[in-house]
Design a protein around this ligand. Structure first.
Ligand code: NAD
Length: 435
């Protein structure tokens, strides 16, 4: 039985505090998909045991002297799930709800995600349980540097390469990179991705995940014989992934009829002007008050009669409670884990074509890979080249998964796990077990 590292619900202050209360354990939810795919692949028992375990799990204690002179101690985690295909890759999140189980699940997800798009990385994730909204910039910098120092022996361009995740950004990555560089005595830009462009970040990285969602949504429409022009889309989450996906899909001719963020959900059957909504959200820091669409409930946004539903906010929003009410023909999972494992079969029964998270949102890690390559080569690409190479990888990966799903008569999620696991397994077979 895994230790429950969650903090008591009554101590959580975020509006979405209930999201863990009646859900699956994130690691087990991910592993139930893994098990299904492993069985279909007839994975040897030894490899099954190897791939079901994280390679390394580290817990660090992070003392921080706060601005008021008091010392607070935070807990941080870094999990390297599997590094057989290359350096570990995965974000760092700062959040009150970070748990070791969650970090482990996300690290495994990263392993399968990198393998689906066939980039030479393993999977990792990190996190610190803290409330970054309640911390000043100097406190956040101290927290970041001490956490980095605590995991310094794991980090490195050849071993473990973090990136931003929930509540971390370019600025935090710059601190991680600087701390690492100070420890080793010279500047090492390739130790993190998602950095500011001035520090070796890649053009196109910020938009990469939303762009990847747009590309695979178009591929799914093509596969189902549906036109792109006039396709109706509902999008949950209007942050980095949701707003960019909305903007790019609108540019392709789709009609974005619903958008929503933490503050409000909005609907306009005639289509929402996304450039307008982005400008509004930037100015007001949320969509609250945007008056060119009608307010609807967050639950209704998910069950609207649209062609495409694009959840790009939280995990576990499509569950057995609402899956039967979903009318979209396609779900493009911009968020990580928006669908519970138990809801998968309901979506299948209703003939909904799901582009699973490990494929749909892999655009971000793909351009992170480009950033790492550019840093190591010391030669930087123009944005159109980044976008062109991203499109090639996303289209090829969609095709690979679709081909396997047709061959094995399984849904896209199972096919993507089968493809990823078979790629990781084949590397293990070639490398053997070091003893
Ligand atoms: P973000 O913080 O930029 O945006 C999150 C959005 O979700 C915000 O608009 C927020 O208001 C909204 N939101 C939060 N709680 C909500 C709720 N209860 N109901 C409706 N909306 C809510 O985050 P992001 O980078 O866009 O990431 C979104 C998801 O995509 C996460 O699951 C993340 O793990 C995943 N993802 C992101 C990337 C990336 O490159 N940014 C890559 C892969 C996966």
């Amino acid at each position: 039985m895994a230790t429950d590292y969650r903090i008591p619900a009554h101590k959580l202050v975020r509006p979405d505090k209930d999201r863990f209360l009646d859900e699956e354990n994130p690691f087990e939810a991910m592993m139930s998909r893994f098990d299904k795919a492993a069985e279909l692949l007839d994975l040897e028992p030894g490899l099954y045991k190897v791939l079901r375990q994280a390679e390394k799990q580290v817990i660090v204690s992070i003392p921080v002297m706060k601005d008021n002179g008091e010392v607070e101690v935070y807990e941080g985690y870094r999990v390297l799930y599997n590094t057989s295909r290359g350096p570990a890759k995965g974000g760092i999140r700062f959040d009150l709800q970070v748990t070791l189980e969650e970090v482990k699940a996300l690290a495994a997800w990263m392993t399968w995600k990198c393998a689906v798009v066939n980039i030479p990385f393993g999977g990792a994730k990190g996190g610190v349980r803290c409330d970054p909204q309640a911390m000043s910039a100097p406190e956040l910098e101290k927290l970041t540097r001490r956490y980095t120092s605590g995991i310094i022996n794991m980090l490195g361009p050849d071993s473990d390469v973090p990136a931003p995740d929930v509540n971390t950004n370019e600025r935090v990555m710059a601190w991680v990179m600087d701390t690492y560089s100070m420890h080793v005595g010279h500047t090492v830009t390739a130790v993190v991705t998602g950095k500011p462009v001035e520090l070796g970040g890649s053009l196109g990285r910020r938009e990469a995940t939303g762009r990847g969602c747009m590309i695979v949504t178009k591929e799914a429409l093509k596969h189902l014989g549906m036109p792109v022009k006039g396709t109706t889309v509902s999008i949950q989450g209007f942050g980095n992934v949701g707003s960019v996906a909305a903007q790019l899909l609108a540019r392709e001719g789709c009609k974005i009829v619903a958008i929503g963020d933490r503050s409000v959900s909005l609907h306009n059957a005639k289509g929402i002007d996304i450039d307008d909504a982005i400008a509004y959200a930037k100015k007001h820091r949320s969509l609250e008050g945007f008056d060119k669409a009608d307010k609807i409930s967050g639950a209704d946004l998910l069950t609207l009669d649209v062609d495409v539903l694009l959840p790009a906010a939280l995990e576990n929003v499509i569950t057995t409670k609402n899956a039967r009410d979903i009318k979209a023909r396609i779900i493009c999972e911009g968020a990580n884990g928006p669908t519970t494992a138990a809801a998968d079969s309901v979506l299948d029964e209703n003939g909904i074509f799901v582009i699973p998270d490990i494929l749909a949102n892999a655009g971000g890690v793909t351009v992170s890979y480009f950033e790492w390559v550019q840093d190591r080569g010391g030669y930087f690409w123009p944005e159109d080249l980044v976008n062109e190479r991203l499109e090639t990888i996303m289209k090829r990966s969609f095709e690979d998964v679709l081909d396997l799903s047709r061959q094995r008569r399984v849904n896209m999620r199972t096919a993507s796990y089968m493809l990823a696991i078979s790629r990781v397994a084949s590397v293990h077979r070639l490398r053997g077990i070091y003893a």
